[in-house]
Design a protein. Structure first.
Length: 253
């Protein structure tokens, strides 16, 4: 009877196994427009400098990752990328045991867009937060999928990122950037141009900002340092505000 080393048999077994859905290959998309909006319910988002058109790298994760759909198209004058979740209850990336939050998601995958903040409001959805189906994002159970995004922004572009749950990090980008989250931590460093951060719940940290800055949180601490601009506004419903080395013609806290 022929003998085979145990290690060789184990290697053959691994080669015969299908690739798990938990580790998906990144997908790449291009949005060739000066004004761009990106919508994703759950995941980590990194916004970085880029060249040419706005480029988005999408990496799916979770047992149900294959059921996510990525859709592109123009909505309200902006080129959009939307990650579609076919469920009304979605598992959060992280959170306290037993915690959950809800929001309304339209059939086209968009949400938020209050439309009450100047030029960005031209692309808003008339401020109707009650439009769309109710989606719950829970810490312990639900549709097990998320999309982690890397958004590369060329100089001078206008990009809005809408995220329900997860985290956002903006680094060394020059343009007009809006970050709108339901429940997420947001960090920004080395941003040049207008930066608007609107967070329902979560902390915000912004440093080395060269341009107008607006931070609005429902709850969560806000920390701003080394900011230079014509206007600096910080508004929080609940949470500490810390500012160091700030220069602004119009300062509102």
């Amino acid at each position: 009877m022929p003998r085979f080393p145990i290690r060789s048999l184990f290697s053959v077994f691994l080669l015969g196994m299908p690739a798990p859905l938990h580790a998906q290959q990144p997908e790449r998309y291009t949005l060739d427009d000066d004004a761009v909006a990106i919508y994703n319910l759950v995941g980590a988002v990194r916004v970085e400098p880029g060249n040419g058109a706005v480029a988005v790298q999408v990496t799916r994760a979770g047992a149900d990752a294959a059921r996510l759909r990525v859709v592109q198209g123009e909505i309200d004058g902006r080129s959009t990328l939307r990650v579609m979740y076919p469920a009304d209850r979605i598992r959060a990336v992280a959170g306290k045991p037993g915690s959950s939050s809800t929001l309304r998601v339209r059939e086209d995958g968009t949400f938020g867009d209050r439309g009450d903040d100047g030029d960005w409001g031209k692309h808003g959805r008339h401020g109707d937060w009650n439009e769309g189906r109710k989606v719950t994002i829970a810490s312990e159970d639900g549709f097990d999928a998320r999309a982690d995004l890397v958004v590369r922004v060329p100089r001078g572009h206008r990009v809005a990122v809408y995220l329900a749950s997860g985290s956002v990090a903006v680094t060394n980008v020059e343009g007009d950037i809006r970050i709108d989250t339901h429940q997420a931590e947001v960090t920004a460093n080395g941003v040049k141009g207008a930066l608007t951060i609107d967070v329902g719940s979560g902390s915000v940290r912004a440093t080395q900002i060269d341009g107008d800055l607006s931070v609005d949180t429902g709850s969560g601490s806000v920390e701003v340092s080394r900011a230079r601009g014509t206007s600096l506004s910080i508004d929080t419903g609940s949470g500490d505000v810390t500012g160091t080395d700030l220069e602004a013609g119009d300062l509102s806290v």
